[in-house]
Design a protein around this ligand. Sequence first.
Ligand SMILES: NC(=O)C1=CN([C@@H]2O[C@H](COP(=O)(O)OP(=O)(O)OC[C@H]3O[C@@H](n4cnc5c(N)ncnc54)[C@H](O)[C@@H]3O)[C@@H](O)[C@H]2O)C=CC1
Ligand SMILES: O=C(O)[C@@H]1CCC=N1
Length: 265
Amino acid sequence: MNITVVGAGTIGEAISVALKNRGYDVTATRRNVSKIETLAGLGIRVSSKSEEAILDADVVILSLKPYDVLAFVKRNARVLAERTTISMAAALPISAMARYTGDGRLMRAMTNIAARVGGGFTVFCAPGMQEREKRECRKILECFGEVMEVEEKYMDALTAISGSGPAYILTVMEAMMYAGLKVGLPRDLALKASYETILGSAKLVSESGNHPSVLKDLVVTPGGVTIDAIYELEDSGIRTAFMRAIESATIKSRKISEEIASRDP
Ligand SMILES: NC(=O)C1=CN([C@@H]2O[C@H](COP(=O)(O)OP(=O)(O)OC[C@H]3O[C@@H](n4cnc5c(N)ncnc54)[C@H](O)[C@@H]3O)[C@@H](O)[C@H]2O)C=CC1
Ligand SMILES: O=C(O)[C@@H]1CCC=N1
């Protein structure tokens, strides 16, 4: 199966590598191909001519900025209507693209940067697509990590939690690492202790099926060390900070969505 990834920037490059690693035949496009020369070394075809590169594709994955995806869909509506098309863009509703192509072969997906190492979480919706084609797309998305089909009304919130999420967790990781430096750990050890702890905690929730609060409570030994840290975190309002952050990103995604839907590129 030939897959063309249009817009090999941050996410397009990550998913091109993940697809190639799973044996797909991949073409990646970017206006300035010198920036994706390393992809060619991995056996990915690179091209600056997106309009031509989609002609040979069975599946087209669009990883341009949201408004650029819509403009690309409009310009190439006839070609895309005859191919499976997966938009990775935040905030771009299927209905806005379907104005030009119909929704029969369109999928909207949201992944995250961990797709690069097969650790992404990808949600998708494709209300007009036949089940067989949807299953093929699902297999493609599974190259990026875990996959779930969801209703489109949840996409903005999921973008805010898991699409943008690595930025929050990496901020937490960085803060933990700097805390380690403050209390005298060497840099490498502070970083490893931080990421292994985040990785292990996520694995514990995923494999035990327990609620995070149940597991957290097990760590807090009465009169011990952890409670002093939890006291400081609660005092800083860490939970409301996360809730505000994710609510704010959700609102931003909805706002962009409304703006895009009302524009004709
Ligand atoms: N960065 C992330 O972690 C995630 C991004 N996304 C979505 O992925 C999309 C891309 O985001 P990023 O990768 O962060 O942006 P980016 O700016 O790194 O990538 C977009 C790329 O498209 C290229 N481009 C623009 N017009 C083109 C054309 N006509 N043909 C070929 N290439 C063209 C640009 O040069 C750029 O390299 C956005 O819609 C975003 O919402 C989704 C999930 C996570
Ligand atoms: O910041 C953004 O808009 C994109 C969507 C999810 C992650 N990055």
